[in-house]
Design a protein around this ligand. Structure first.
Ligand SMILES: C[S@@+](CC[C@H](N)C(=O)[O-])C[C@H]1O[C@@H](n2cnc3c(N)ncnc32)[C@H](O)[C@@H]1O
Length: 245
C-alpha cells in the first residue's frame, strides 16, 4: 500500500498504544489478560486500513483478533478506524485524541483507556514473516490474507504471502481444525496460490473465481482494495484451505 508519510504518525500511534502490541510473544502468553477472555485467536496479515478486521471482529465477536501491518502509518489509520468504530473516541482538533467523555489527549501522550472496553482486536506493526515465527504451534484458529502484493516480477515469487514456505508456517500456527482464508483480484497470483496450497500441508476446501456472485458473498466483509478492484470491474477470487497436519 502506497501512502504519503503521515505528519505525526508515530505520535498518533503512541496515543492509541493501548490497542497496539509490540511483543507478539508477550501478547500470546498474556492473551487472556489482554483480551479479557480465552477465546480463540485469529490473525490478519497485511490489514491495511483495517476495514476487514474491524468488520469481522464485530460480526464474529466470539474470537480474538491480531491484525499485523508492516507500514506503521497504515497501521495507525487502522487503529484509529477501529477505535472510532468501537466508540473509544476520535481525532481531536489539536491533532490528538478525544475520548467520548470529552478528555483530550495531545500528541506525545498515551490515551488512558483504563476501564474502557477495548474489544477483541489488537494491532501490531511489523513484517508478518519475522513476527509469526515467534508464535507457538497451534496458536490460532484462522489466518486471513486479503489482497496481498502480487510480487509479479521474476525472482520475487518467494515474497508472496501464499508461497509454500508461508503456507507451511500457517499450517504450523493453525490449530488442527484451523483455516487459511485468501482473497485477491489478481488471477495469476490466485492460480499460483492454488498450486502452492496443493503442495502444502493445507487442503483446499473451497475456491471461487467470482466471490461476489457466489453463495459465500453473504458473509463476506469487503476490504478497501476489494471495493476498489470490484468497482473497476475485476472479479474477486477467494480460497479457503483447512489444516491437514
Ligand atoms: C495491497 S494492501 C491490502 C490491504 C487490505 N488487506 C485490503 O485488502 O484493503 C496489502 C497490505 O499488506 C501489507 N503487507 C504486505 N506484506 C506484509 C507483511 N509481510 N507483513 C505485514 N504486512 C504486510 C502492506 O503494507 C499493505 O498495507
Amino acid at each position: 500500500m502506497r501512502m504519503k508519510k503521515k505528519k505525526h504518525g508515530p505520535e498518533r500511534l503512541k496515543l492509541l498504544s493501548g490497542l497496539v502490541c509490540d511483543d507478539i510473544k508477550a501478547l500470546y502468553e498474556n492473551k487472556e489478560a489482554i483480551y479479557k477472555n480465552d477465546n480463540p485467536l485469529r490473525i490478519e496479515i497485511g490489514c491495511g486500513k483495517g476495514d476487514f478486521v474491524c468488520g469481522k471482529s464485530l460480526k464474529e465477536p466470539e474470537y480474538n483478533y491480531l491484525a499485523i501491518e508492516k507500514i506503521a502509518d497504515v497501521c495507525t489509520l487502522a487503529v484509529e478506524n477501529y477505535a472510532q468504530g468501537r466508540g473509544l473516541g476520535g481525532l481531536a482538533p489539536n491533532g490528538g485524541w478525544q475520548k467520548p467523555n470529552g478528555t483530550v489527549y495531545s500528541l506525545g501522550e498515551v490515551v488512558d483507556f483504563t476501564g474502557d472496553d477495548l474489544g477483541n482486536v489488537r494491532f501490531m506493526v511489523g513484517d508478518a514473516k519475522e513476527l509469526l515465527v515467534n508464535l507457538p504451534d497451534n496458536s490460532c484458529e484462522a489466518i486471513y490474507v486479503n489482497f496481498c502484493d502480487p510480487w509479479s516480477k521474476k525472482g520475487h515469487t518467494k515474497r508472496r504471502l501464499t508461497y509454500i514456505e508461508f503456507l507451511k508456517m500457517y499450517s504450523r500456527l493453525l490449530t488442527p481444525e484451523g483455516r487459511f482464508y485468501f482473497k485477491t483480484d489478481n488471477r495469476p497470483l490466485f492460480d499460483f496460490s492454488l498450486e502452492e496450497v496443493e503442495r502444502s500441508p493445507l487442503e483446499l476446501e473451497y475456491h471461487t473465481y467470482d466471490l461476489h456472485n457466489s453463495e459465500m458473498d453473504k458473509d463476506n466483509i469487503r476490504t478497501e482494495y476489494e471495493r476498489n478492484f470490484s468497482e473497476k470491474g475485476f472479479s474477486i477470487n477467494m480460497l479457503i484451505a483447512k489444516n491437514n497436519k
